[in-house]
Write a protein that binds this ligand. Structure first.
Ligand SMILES: [Zn+2]
Length: 496
């Protein structure tokens, strides 16, 4: 994600907010959460004991206890594949959807949850049989006719409809299904994807996707991956079938509907490019999109092979969003992007999209790396290098990064105070500075080997901050404890 250099007039300055929870409050909350877990487990064990059966299914958990979004995602299963068949009418904003979710039970399940916000559920089946279901808040609980066995692969189908509504984040920005001047766009970081399809909406559960969007003739519909087919349905509509073979975290799924101008090409190594640009933004987007193939090949040189079969761009009308998002294979930009912004969002394809965070506490593994990629691009193209930008920030000079960077030292990047802080300056800039500190300790050769090794060894997977620190120590052969203590976890502002 990137919200710098974009219009953000309504974005509150969160670092100056008055009632920010202090650190002690946060630690108390975390401690309570941890204590709660064994207590719940004990209760479940007691309940199971009362039935006199050891094989009876039990409900899957309604959340994955993410440190910042505890109800995001669901326990008891992992999704292998989502097949989303969506019809949308921009004129009256009506969405009609069928989600076919293929998943594997990780425990015996009497019921399981899906995350879904708003919309109306019309029917649910599991393994082709009608299933009972009920909704509480953003949880859709599904009770299959028969318990699911541990290890069983099952197919759940949810039919739903209605007018999708976006969510307002803790930081005041909007995410999810967002209406544009001529259609709609879906951006899901961190939990907005539940506004347009039911699922296991936590980055730790990645799956492959087939997303088919059916829209009135004259509209384009764009999603992740490659366009498998485009056909007239015979009733005045066009169906666009998009296929993502590589695993994707659900917050990176997108659907964009509008009167886009579409252009396709290939990079020099043969990766297909699909750019969809809102009318009126083509001329201002031309410079950045013209260099997109070069940015991808540069990224492959620095970080290792590009992780996906396709790449591209979605430019929605200017003013739609106060940020850009690295939606997988096709980042979304609100208005024409700069070259630097495309470098940031394309770097996320390696760091965030292919190597995804295990929890939202690990956000700096996305943003610190994407910010560092901007510094490297600058270094490789005659601009100020990473060391210069590091030195400037440390000296309080934000002229390279912009005023947003001034609070880069407000908290440690690996421990944002709360969910409203995961997109704040320290996660980006101090995260990038952590990488520069490693480079200082390890030297260029070992540092760039670390970046490539990290992207390769966790390709299409998930990783945590602890995974990274252990990997960096091992890969560079250096003792980096001081870097972690001062730069990654230290509450105090690092001193020059
Ligand atoms: Zn970003």
């Amino acid at each position: 994600m990137d919200h710098r250099a974009l219009n953000r007039p309504n974005r509150p300055n969160r670092l100056n907010r008055p009632n920010r929870p202090n650190r002690d409050n946060r630690l108390n909350r975390l401690r309570l959460t941890r204590l709660a877990a064994p207590a719940v487990a004990a209760l479940v064990a007691l309940t199971a004991g009362c039935t006199g059966s050891t094989v009876q299914g039990r409900p899957g958990a309604s959340g994955l206890r993410d440190p910042y979004f505890p109800k995001a995602g669901n326990g008891g299963y992992q999704v292998d594949h989502y097949a989303l068949d969506l019809g949308y009418r921009p004129a009256d904003r009506q969405l009609t959807g069928t989600a076919v979710i293929t998943a594997r039970a990780e425990q015996t399940l009497s019921s399981f949850n899906l995350d879904l916000s708003g919309l109306r559920v019309d029917a649910v089946t599991v393994e082709g049989e009608p299933a009972r279901y009920n909704r509480t808040g953003r949880e859709l609980t599904v009770r299959p006719r028969k318990d699911l066995g541990k290890g069983e692969v099952f197919r759940a189908e949810v039919r739903y409809s209605g007018t999708p509504r976006p969510l307002t984040d803790a930081d005041g920005s909007q995410e999810g299904w967002i209406t544009t001047a001529d259609g709609a766009v879906a951006v899901g970081e961190p939990v907005g994807s539940m506004t347009w399809f039911p699922g296991n909406h936590h980055p730790s559960d990645k799956a492959s996707y087939d997303i088919t969007l059916t829209v009135p003739q004259g509209y384009e519909a764009v999603s992740n991956g490659e366009l498998a087919s485009r056909r007239d349905t015979g009733d005045g509509r066009t169906a666009f079938a998009w296929h993502s073979a590589e695993p994707m975290a659900s917050y990176l799924a997108t659907a964009a509907i509008g009167k886009f101008k579409v252009a396709t090409s290939r990079t020099s190594s043969g990766i297909g490019v699909y750019n969809a640009v809102a009318p009126g933004e083509e001329a201002r987007s031309a410079a950045a999109l013209g260099r997109l193939p070069e940015v991808v090949e540069w990224g492959a040189g620095r970080f290792g092979p590009y992780p996906f079969a396709t790449v591209g761009t979605i430019v929605v009308p200017d003013g739609t969003l106060p940020y850009a998002l690295e939606t997988q294979t096709k980042p979304v930009y609100s208005g024409a992007p700069s070259v630097e912004l495309t470098v940031h969002e394309l770097a996320h394809q390696w760091f965030g999209d292919s190597v995804s965070p295990k929890s939202w506490k690990d956000m700096w593994l996305n943003e610190g790396f994407a910010t560092y990629a901007e510094w490297l691009w600058s270094e490789d193209h005659g601009g100020p290098g990473a060391q210069k930008r590091f030195d400037a920030l440390l000296a309080g000079d934000t002229s390279f990064e912009g005023a947003d960077a001034a609070h880069w030292d407000a908290f440690p990047p690996a421990a944002p105070p709360g969910p409203e802080d995961i997109s704040e300056a320290p996660v980006y800039y101090r995260g990038a500075m952590v990488l520069q500190r490693i480079r200082q300790e390890a030297g260029d050769e070992r540092f760039f080997d670390l970046l490539r090794g990290w992207a390769a060894d966790h390709r299409h997977g998930n990783a945590s901050t602890a995974d990274f620190t252990a990997y960096a120590q091992q890969r560079t052969g250096r003792d980096l404890k001081k870097v972690w203590d001062v730069w990654l976890y230290g509450e105090d502002s690092p001193k020059p």
